[in-house]
Design a protein around this ligand. Structure first.
Ligand code: ADP
Ligand code: ASP
Ligand code: MG
Length: 412
């Protein structure tokens, strides 16, 4: 029987009523003659609430214990859904990440899946069950419970779809699909019918959390057909496809993304000599912190300023090592700024079209929005701006590149 993997996000299983609606959809899929594997997130804001409680009892919670706590959220959702599906006369069984054979590395809080051993899940399917899996979690190579980073249930779903050779991995969420901008920030954003892996990777990396970055990477690497769909309606959603898909609409710009959860770190008067940057970023990486943008100024008198951005949630851990870095490299001081945001413009058409960056900067300047840092890839331009300007900036840039529905000219 063909296997379908369906993943339901937090809002989609946010109440027992919504869990009932998900159970109905799962049963319908099963009755249509498919083997169904469902991956669930924790209900509503459960993960945030658990995290909040942990930080009430410790400023920097012990990572192993934090993972043990957070995985409880998905465990509640999976068992409730299994109960609901069983109550509809359809056999279902739920499994934690470790029971399902999701093996990860040992990096608590952002573990990477290193292997999936789907034997138990396959047996359960053969026994006639709808299989329900807790997303976002795995078992490390040293037998501890791990989590896969925020939004990690998407990656659980894709990894299980790859391991089972599923015909599709469907990501059900609280919007109609992938849009030209977060529809909560830009009501005029347009749903995209098809998007390339390349563009989806850049949007996800730039903060469009509709898909976790790693899930897109994994799907591309393992050729998993990936689709984002609304859990509330019967909409067609968005297909993530290869760059050469004949149905992919050619567009200069695919969308705008906002990362509102980064922070900037600046080191003042860093000695400008070989090995210093390596020393700084080795120390930061050793703490498991991912650095995003890096900007180094022109040096004066053998010293320079250096700024970089990191996820804001990693700031307390970074602060703990920063003083040591400052004295090790002989810098004068450091400062942190949590009040920033990163705005990105993504589109494969940029590769062959000059002037996009200038147009973006001009749109921001026209509304007196100052740009603090800039970085680019061949299909992305990102600007660090003040957090208070961020949502307005999304709408300004979206409008300047005529991404809204009524302004579309290509296909209409
Ligand atoms: P889930 O709980 O289903 O995983 P998420 O909150 O992780 O849902 O992701 C869905 C959210 O992503 C949407 O509610 C939307 O606000 C946000 N989002 C950001 N950028 C986009 C985009 N380009 N297209 C669609 N949704 C986006
Ligand atoms: N519950 C986790 C989170 O809130 C994982 C997920 O939703 O995908 O990040
Ligand atoms: Mg999500």
């Amino acid at each position: 029987m063909p296997i379908v993997v369906q993943k339901y996000g937090g809002t989609s299983v946010g109440t027992t009523e919504r869990i009932g609606a998900v159970a109905d959809r799962v049963v319908r899929t099963r009755e249509a003659g498919k083997d169904v594997v469902v991956v669930v997130s924790a209900m509503g804001h459960t993960t945030d609430e658990l995290l909040e409680m942990a930080t009430e009892v410790a400023t920097i919670p012990e990572p192993r214990e934090l993972d043990m706590l957070l995985t409880a959220g998905e465990r509640i959702a999976m068992s409730l859904l299994a109960i609901a599906v069983n109550a509809r006369g359809c056999k279902a069984a739920s499994y934690t990440g470790s029971q399902a054979g999701i093996i990860t590395d040992t990096q608590h809080g952002k573990a990477k899946i290193v292997e999936v051993r789907p034997g138990r899940i396959q047996e359960s399917l053969v026994a006639g069950n709808v299989v329900i899996l807790a997303g976002f979690q795995g078992l490390s190579t040293d037998y501890d419970i791990t989590t896969l980073g925020r939004g990690g249930s998407d990656t659980t779903a894709v990894a299980m779809a790859a391991a089972l050779g599923a015909e599709v991995c469907e990501i059900y969420t609280d919007v109609e699909g992938v849009f030209t901008a977060d529809p909560r920030l830009e009501p005029n954003a347009r749903k995209i019918d098809r998007i390339s892996y390349e563009e989806m990777l850049e949007l996800a990396a730039a903060g469009a959390k509709v898909l976790q970055l790693r899930s897109v990477e994994y799907a591309r690497r393992h050729d998993v057909p990936l689709r984002v769909l609304p859990s509330y309606t019967e909409g067609e959603g968005t297909w993530v496809v290869e760059e050469d898909d004949p149905m992919l609409e050619q567009a200069l710009i695919r969308g705008v993304a906002l990362a509102a959860d980064e922070a900037k770190v600046t080191l003042d008067e860093v000695p400008d000599k070989p090995g210093v940057a390596a020393a700084i970023f080795k120390a930061v990486a050793a703490d498991g912190i991912n650095v995003d943008m890096i900007v180094q100024n022109v040096s004066h008198d053998g010293r320079t300023d250096l700024s970089f951005t990191i996820p804001r949630e990693d700031l307390p851990r970074l602060e703990a090592v920063m003083q040591g870095i400052v004295s090790d490299i002989g810098a004068v001081r450091y400062s942190t700024d949590p009040g920033i945001a990163k705005l990105s413009l993504v589109g494969a058409g940029m590769k062959s079209s000059p002037g996009v960056a200038a147009e973006m900067f001009d749109a921001l300047a026209a509304e007196s929005i100052n740009i603090d840092m800039i970085s680019t890839s061949s299909i992305r331009i990102s600007c660090v701006i003040r957090a208070e300007d961020a949502e307005r900036a999304v709408r300004i840039v979206h409008r300047r590149f005529e991404l809204a529905d009524e302004l579309l000219t290509d296909e209409d």
